[in-house]
Design a protein around this ligand. Structure first.
Ligand code: HEM
Length: 144
């Protein structure tokens, strides 16, 4: 079980780090793009590489390893249900940042900045909430 927990923690650290990095990378890339005379070749942005080759595989490994730990432990406390609800929201955010990568590459002049600011705050709040729940394990009772 410890091996899966260690894999879970390692993968989630990569996942959360790339989710915090991507909004910053996207916003700065768009600023740079606007300065370039000739736009870079589509579909090979650094953001796409980080999203497809680091963030998404890390998310899959974190979720599979976490599910294995869950299955072995059989933990059904309310804090874990609350944690998995926040994880589901994190996955929605992950999808939205993927859509922003496509928008950046389309270079259609629409700013990604406001969405990047929102998602950066969202990812920081979600990650803090998840890690607090799993480390503090508040003794909430159903109906308590
Ligand atoms: C579907 C996704 C996930 C599942 C099923 C899952 C499940 C679990 C389970 C069962 C544990 C062991 C808890 C215990 O009894 O101590 C655990 C530990 C942990 N999880 Fe997850 N998790 C998921 C996603 C995440 C994510 C996205 C994060 C962070 C952003 C996270 C952070 C942690 C941390 C930090 C621990 C270690 C807690 C400790 O040291 O005691 N998990 N996870």
């Amino acid at each position: 079980m410890l091996g899966f927990l260690a894999l879970h923690i390692a993968a989630l650290l990569f996942w959360v780090a790339t989710l915090v990095y991507l909004p910053v990378l996207l916003a700065s890339s768009q600023n740079r793009q606007s300065q370039l005379s000739e736009s870079p070749r589509q579909y090979d942005s650094v953001a796409r590489f980080v999203f497809t080759q680091i963030a998404s595989p890390a998310a899959i490994v974190a979720i599979i390893a976490g599910t294995v730990v869950f299955a072995i432990n059989g933990t059904t406390h309310l804090w874990l249900i609350a944690k998995l609800t926040l994880v589901a929201l994190l996955v929605v955010g992950h999808t939205l940042i993927g859509l922003l990568v496509i928008r950046l590459e389309r270079n259609d002049g629409k700013s990604v900045q406001p969405w990047c600011n929102l998602l950066l705050i969202f990812f920081c709040l979600m990650a803090t909430g998840i890690i607090w729940l799993v480390l503090a394990k508040p003794a909430w009772e159903i109906g308590g």
